[in-house]
Design a binder for this molecule. Structure first.
Ligand code: ADP
Length: 509
């Protein structure tokens, strides 16, 4: 075989081989590519399925979010409405008014259409205290039904808010009764409690079953029930405080009347006493005058000489009738001033002059005890407006007492004065035996005398200070004493001040 003929055959064979190899290689590559593509396809399909799931989830979440938003809006609105109801409730302190203030608008604003409040009234009878959204006929039918079926007691026992969607087994009967009687498929019921316990309940509802209640509604109605309970507590507290106040006022009025009656009675008795003392004193004066007169005539021996022992006894009769006359006169003056029959003169009264005169008048007693009385009066002391004769009696009484109760030789008596805008205060103080607090309390009472050594020796009536007190009071002044046992006493009194100064008065006279 010639090489030239073999050569093309070989070339063809080789080429074919190469072609086959190339094709196989290409095929292999293609198949690999196809495998890769189908894998990618599978992957893409899975991704698509996942994306679809996620899209569905997003839609579901979005729906849920919208619902939650709606619920949230409803609750926020409900809470706003609740705040307004709460404000309304806090404006009244009357129990019935509290119920009346929960009106249809409030109920609508918290997302309901109808409301009923059941509670016991003052007589303890169960009744519907308030209803909105029901007509009268429905209200009385529901009232009768709820009471008859014992809903009040069931709510009391369950003691918590529940609604038509509550699932507790214990509520099945109560829910069934409420739906049957009220024809309400959708409702929330919450017990109302006061400080002293369960009071009643509030029932809120929607007339159609489509408007389903939610847990948020239950919370809202529970808040409303709490507010009503608090408002009722406040009203009750107010009523209790008010009635206590009224009671107190009635007691005060009754007590005031009792006191005023007692005062009137005292005044009547006091007037009777004054009239009696006055009448007796008057009656005593005439025989006393004649006793004293006869004693004086006999003592003067104009009717004949009398033996010495008789003279001595007549002297005693004379002295005692003088004392008795003074007592009767004091009693008469006290009675006259007390009854207002004695009119005090309003004269310009020079205190310094009055004190000097009194010291002068009492100088024998001062000398007898070897003591002196001093005057501490301010220069240009204003004049007082007073009855000269009567205020002189006051000075004589108070200074006379001071002399009586200070010790001999070491006794000190001083008269001082101090003036304010309208009054002059005069104080007569001494370092005498003083008095206990119990005695100072009664010192101005009629016939009161302290039980001490001096009083047992020196006679007295216990009328002097009563007279002094009456004279000062008749001048619209005050009188009081500050005293300490064994240390001394200070009697003070006030007199009205005259507009004129002593100098002006001297010029006028
Ligand atoms: P009398 O002087 O007639 O007893 P008074 O009414 O003047 O009556 O006084 C009543 C009593 O007050 C006196 O008995 C005396 O015990 C007491 N008393 C009055 N002034 C003083 C005084 N300056 N110091 C102590 N006791 C006094």
């Amino acid at each position: 075989m010639p090489p030239s003929a073999e050569f093309p055959i070989n070339i063809l064979g080789i080429s074919s081989m190469l072609l086959i190899i190339s094709l196989s290689f290409i095929l292999m590559l293609k198949s690999q590519r196809i495998q890769q593509l189908s894998q990618t396809m599978r992957y893409l399909k899975k991704s698509l399925e996942e994306m679809d799931e996620q899209a569905k989830l997003i839609v579901r979440t979005d729906l849920k979010l919208n619902k939650a938003q709606e619920e949230l809006d409803k609750r926020v609105n409900g809470l706003y409405a609740m705040q307004r109801i709460s404000q309304e409730l806090s404006k009244t302190l009357n129990q019935d008014e509290i119920f009346r203030r929960i009106n249809q608008e409030h109920i609508t604003n918290i997302g309901f259409q109808k409301a009923i409040i059941v509670a016991k009234n003052v007589q303890g009878t169960l009744q519907i205290r308030h209803s909105t959204g029901f007509n009268e006929e429905e209200t009385s039918y529901i009232e009768a039904g709820l009471i008859e079926k014992g809903i009040y007691a069931m709510v009391k026992e369950y003691n918590s808010t529940f609604s038509s969607i509550s699932e507790a087994d214990t509520l099945r009967k109560a829910k069934h009764i409420i739906t049957a009687i009220t024809h309400l498929d959708s409702f929330v019921l919450s017990p109302i409690s006061k400080k002293d316990g369960y009071y009643g309940f509030i029932l809120l509802s929607n007339s159609s079953a489509e408007t389903l209640v939610s847990e948020g509604d239950e919370e809202l109605v529970a808040i409303l029930a709490t507010h009503i309970g608090q408002a009722l507590d406040n009203a009750e507290l107010f009523e209790a405080t008010y009635s206590q106040h009224q009671e107190l006022e009635r007691n005060v009025l009754a007590r005031t009347k009792e006191l005023s009656d007692a005062l009137n009675e005292i005044n009547v008795i006091s007037k009777r006493k004054t009239d009696f003392v006055s009448a007796v004193s008057h009656e005593l004066r005439t025989p006393l005058t004649s006793i004293k007169g006869y004693a004086s005539i006999l003592l003067s021996e104009k009717l004949g000489v009398i033996p010495e022992p008789v003279k001595e006894r007549l002297g005693k009769i004379n002295k005692h009738s003088d004392e008795l006359t003074r007592l009767v006169n004091d009693l008469l003056d006290i009675a006259r001033i007390e009854s207002g029959r004695f009119e005090m003169k309003s004269e310009l009264f020079d205190i310094r002059h009055a004190v000097e005169t009194t010291i002068d008048l009492l100088s024998p007693q001062l000398k007898e005890k070897s003591i002196t009385a001093t005057m501490n009066l301010p220069q240009n002391l204003s004049l007082a407006l007073a009855d000269k004769t009567q205020i002189s009696r006051v000075f004589i009484n108070l200074m006379g007492n001071a002399i009586k109760f200070v010790p001999e030789k070491t006794g000190l008596i001083s008269v001082s004065a101090f003036e304010s805008t309208d009054t002059i205060q005069i104080t007569i103080s001494d370092n005498g035996i003083g008095m206990s607090p119990t005695d100072t309390e009664h010192i101005f009472d009629e016939f009161y005398r302290v039980d001490n050594d001096i009083n047992q020796k020196v006679k007295g009536t216990g009328l002097g200070l009563t007279l002094v007190k009456n004279i000062i009071r008749a001048h619209k002044g005050r009188i009081w004493v500050a005293s300490r046992l064994n240390q001394g006493s200070a009697f003070s009194f006030t007199l009205p001040k005259a507009a004129q100064t002593p100098l002006e008065s001297a010029k006028n006279t």
